[in-house]
Design a protein around this ligand. Structure first.
Ligand code: PRX
Length: 671
């Protein structure tokens, strides 16, 4: 397979795409979703959601009100009902006689495995809930979870839900500093972590980052954390603070296997998940229980056509991201699915690891990100061809636009030319899938998420909030509240209103550009704000700029996301060095050293995922007369294009200066 078949999403490609793949009659006949779902939802949207909530979720106190939008934009769904998310995800399946069903086929990176049934999960989650309670965690307390992909991670989340303690999962790849700011913002009482996890064939430590994150630091007092629960995974030596640190297995061994789930109000916070925005400070996106669980279960059932008795489902996302919350934990478990949970990377110990797992567990539904598909394309199709992938019947994509070439490859090489692909658009904020084809109903188009799901109202509007005609482009908005919508930003209601609800009156502004094709189908075109998407992970340009300028040598920094064949976008930083350090970068070796230092600094401040691919030392940055950095011009430089119109710059010679400086080999470097 020639390398150049993997291209990053481009508008050019999308606009010329005309292929469509109608569902096979056989698939359509057995599909969970039928075309009538759209009509039902259209006829009575709120009634439709109330039906879903009653059908897919068990309530300890039934609700009588569906939506209260009187405090818009903060929605209240099913507000007088009560339920427990862990009961829904675990106990009710056991009570219904399905305790022997496998909930999780766990596969560790080194090859260790564990099979967890729903009955096992009930015992583990109950023990963990009792352990948390005995450590003083009660309803409403926040618990931060900083773990690799382990069974314990799922158990930890559900144990929090069981006692009504909102969890905040922090991705294990984030640094101690990033962890600290999230712990501080959430005012967490307890942290659940591990000694480490396996990553690319070696143990990688986690506990030291927690130790660093929670104590006093740089004149700041210690955080609110009282206890650290530590899962033993890698057997690495760990520093231990007596009285504060507790081994997970000790605490669980002591705990009773019976625990009564605590019923909470539908609007009780289920979790806070931090995500990057356009400013330096990550936002704590708040999700509550009843509406979230309803939409998680509804989308998981219909978008993936889940047949809980026979399917083996696998979502490759880490629980540190929203996809892991909704489509590893709450959606599949609420629906009683059997799923694969894999700890490691796709290329350890070999590049066929994922396909080996699909063959081994007979995975029938696979949900992953375009960046992973493009990486597999680069590795060559003979690798998946070496495994039996015939069990796969539905394929999902999420996190970034999927380019038609990758879509076609996914369908042909992984899906045997028959499995429908669902390209699912959603966000941390939306909580669950919003725009996606329905398998068995929609004729799919390579590269398009196509249609709002039944019950969801989305549109593409122009600058004046006018709906664009078919064939037109603009901004993606959501026009009606939906059950799993965020209920705010933790501790900052105003920021919630400003970020999502101020751009267009009465409409939720997602931050994405989009186009409607001649059929009215939606094509996502990427972010229109200062948020980048690197390998399906959201990164803020401002956050990385703040990290760079917090280093002594940097006077000013500007960050852009440049197109990248595999990762969608790559972080490229332009920095001006402080006077006394400028000389250091004047030789190739000196420049290399500074660049390396800055990369490591960003990894320390945020995490390795935010490390700039390239750092370019420049004498000036292009700014408008009002002082705004023109990132568009920097993107031209980063993508090796002719620099566009620079006439609005305060000093139009700046781009010449930058280009001249970059022509010198010392100033640019690439991994
Ligand atoms: O730009 C869109 C892109 O990912 C953003 C949301 O990122 P995050 O909150 O991290 O959630 C990712 C997983 C749900 C969106 O604003 N995005 C997500 N899915 C798609 C997508 N862009 C195009 N097509 C998608 N299917």
């Amino acid at each position: 397979m020639p390398e150049n078949e993997t291209t990053a999403p481009s508008l050019e490609n999308l606009l010329h795409e005309t292929r469509a793949f109608p569902p096979s009659p056989a698939f359509a006949a057995q599909a969970n979703a039928q075309p009538s779902l759209y009509e039902e939802a259209k006829a009575d949207r709120l009634g439709f959601w109330a039906d879903q909530a009653r059908e897919l979720v068990s309530w300890s106190t039934p609700f009588t009100q569906t939506l209260d939008w009187s405090e818009a934009p903060v929605a209240r769904w099913f507000a007088d009902g009560q339920l427990n998310a862990a009961y829904n995800a675990v106990d009710r399946h056991v009570e219904a006689g399905r305790g022997d069903r496998v909930a999780i086929h766990f596969e560790g990176e080194p090859g260790d495995t564990r099979t967890v049934t729903y009955a096992d999960l009930q015992r583990e989650v109950s023990r963990a809930a009792n352990a948390l309670t005995s450590l003083g965690v009660t309803k409403g307390d926040r618990v931060v979870i900083y773990l690799p992909m382990l069974v314990e991670s799922v158990v930890a989340m559900l144990a929090c839900a069981r006692i009504g303690a909102p969890h905040s999962v922090v991705f294990g790849g984030f640094s101690a500093d990033a962890l600290r700011s999230r712990i501080a913002d959430a005012e967490a009482k307890l942290v659940i972590t591990a000694d480490g996890g396996y990553r690319r064939g070696a143990p990688s430590a986690l506990k030291p980052a927690v130790d660093e994150a929670i104590g006093p630091k740089d004149g700041e007092p210690a955080t609110t954390v009282e206890h650290v629960l530590v899962v033993r995974r890698t057997e690495q030596d760990v520093d231990w603070t007596e009285g504060r640190d507790v081994w997970w297995h000790d605490a669980l061994e002591r705990a009773d296997t019976f625990h009564e789930p605590v019923p909470v109000d539908a609007e009780h916070p289920l979790f806070i998940l931090y995500t990057s925005g356009t400013t330096g400070k990550p936002k704590g996106i708040l999700h509550t229980t009843g509406g979230y669980l309803t939409q998680a279960a509804y989308t998981h059932k219909n978008v993936f056509d889940l047949k809980a008795e026979s399917d083996v489902y696998w979502c490759t996302a880490d629980i540190g991201w929203v996809t892991g919350h909704t489509y590893v934990v709450y959606g599949p478990l609420t629906n009683g699915a059997t799923q694969v949970l894999y700890e490691g990377t796709p290329d350890t110990p070999h590049r066929g690891r994922w396909w080996e797992l699909v063959e081994k567990y007979k995975v029938s539904i696979l949900y992953t990100a375009p960046t992973a598909i493009r990486t597999c394309m680069k590795w060559g199709e003979d690798i998946p061809a070496g495994f039996d992938l015939s069990s796969l019947r539905v394929l999902g994509s999420v996190g970034e636009p999927i380019n038609p070439e990758a879509w076609m490859w996914y369908r042909r090489v992984i899906g045997g030319d028959t499995a429908p692909i669902v390209d699912t658009w959603w966000q941390t904020e939306t909580g669950a899938i919003m725009i996606s084809p329905l398998p068995g109903v929609t004729a799919t188009k390579p590269g398009s998420a196509q249609v709002a799901l039944p019950g969801i109202v989305a549109d593409v509007v122009d600058d004046e909030a006018r709906s664009v005609p078919d064939g037109g482009g603009g901004y993606l908005v959501l026009s009606e509240p939906w059950p799993s919508m965020l209920r705010g930003i933790w501790g900052d209601l105003q920021r919630f209103k400003d970020t999502y609800w101020s751009r267009f009156e009465g409409l939720y502004f997602a931050g994405d550009g989009a186009k409607k094709d001649e059929d009215g189908d939606i094509w996502l075109l990427g972010r229109v704000d200062d948020v980048m998407n690197v390998s399906g992970h959201r990164l803020s340009t401002t956050e990385i700029e703040s990290a760079l300028v917090s280093h002594d040598v940097v006077a000013e920094a500007a960050v852009v996301g440049a197109n990248d064949e595999t990762t969608g976008q790559a972080v490229v930083a332009f920095v001006i060095l402080r006077g006394e350090h400028a000389d250091r970068a004047s030789t190739p070796e000196g420049a290399e050293e500074v660049q390396q230092e800055l990369r490591n600094h960003v990894a320390k401040e945020i995490g390795p995922i935010a490390k700039p691919r390239r750092i370019l030392v420049v004498p000036e940055l292009p700014k408008t007369r009002s002082g705004k950095i023109m990132r568009r011009l920097l993107r031209d430089v980063a993508e090796n294009r002719t620099v566009g119109d620079a006439t609005t710059l305060a000093d139009s010679s700046v781009m010449d200066l930058i280009s001249a400086g970059l022509a010198k080999p010392s100033a640019a470097n690439e991994d």
